[in-house]
Design a protein around this ligand. Structure first.
Ligand SMILES: [Mg+2]
Length: 223
């Protein structure tokens, strides 16, 4: 995977890129061939790009610091990293502190939808990504959050006697919620690049419309 510079001119941002991380740029802590050169080239060309990953066990600052180290790059900006849980605020979930009954009184009430389970304004269930597996530097892919979700569904089915479905929401790739958020971050980066480019010549600064955003991933089911 390597971009080729077709001509020596700096493009006016006709395109932008969203790069998946695991399996595209790195596997475990090992950079994949061409990954460093690709990021250096899009940086040199001033093309807006972000990292769009379903990984989320590190803070953004830790994640970009480690990614830069694995790729052998001097630095990356944490604003360019979109982790799967980052757009959770777009969901209709409340962060208010609230008390919930450990055993809601309407649980098992057959006259109610879903036999009364996950009713009574009890908190919803949210998954920050749907990946069943993810690529590491091991020879076999590792189970991801989607595998945990399927296991939980089995436990739920057993615990409820099959009378109620587990209700949940998912964000992360490839959900529309996450791509809408990623698009917003890319446009913010394009605006920042335009501000840099136009520092000396603001009146004649060219428009920086983005024609196409390309997602570069390793799993068509999740990108
Ligand atoms: Mg991947």
């Amino acid at each position: 995977m390597a971009l080729t510079l077709i001509n020596g001119n700096k493009p006016r941002h006709p395109v932008a890129f969203a790069f998946d991380v695991d399996g595209v740029l790195i596997k475990g802590k090992t950079a994949l061939p061409g990954a460093k050169e690709t990021i250096e080239l899009v940086q040199e060309l001033g093309i807006p790009f972000i990292f769009l990953t379903n990984g989320g066990v590190q803070t953004e600052a830790e994640h970009v610091k480690n990614l830069a180290a694995h790729l052998g790059l001097a630095s990356l900006h944490q604003d360019q990293l979109v982790q799967s849980h980052k757009c959770r605020h777009l969901l209709q979930c409340s962060s208010d502190t609230q008390e919930y009954s450990p055993v809601p009184p309407r649980n098992g009430d057959a006259s109610l939808p879903n036999h009364g389970l996950q009713q009574d304004e009890q908190p919803g269930s949210y998954f920050s990504n749907s990946d069943f597996e993810w690529a590491t530097d091991q020879c076999q892919p590792r189970f991801a959050q989607g595998a945990f979700r399927e296991a939980l569904k089995g436990i739920w089915r057993h615990a409820t006697g099959g009378k109620a479905e587990l209700k949940y929401s998912v964000v992360g790739k490839p959900t529309e919620t996450t791509y809408a958020y990623a698009k917003k971050v890319i446009f913010e980066m394009a605006l920042r690049l335009r501000a840099d480019d136009c520092a000396d010549i603001p009146p004649s600064c060219p428009s920086m419309e983005i024609g196409t955003v390309y997602m570069v991933g390793d799993n068509p089911e999740n990108e």
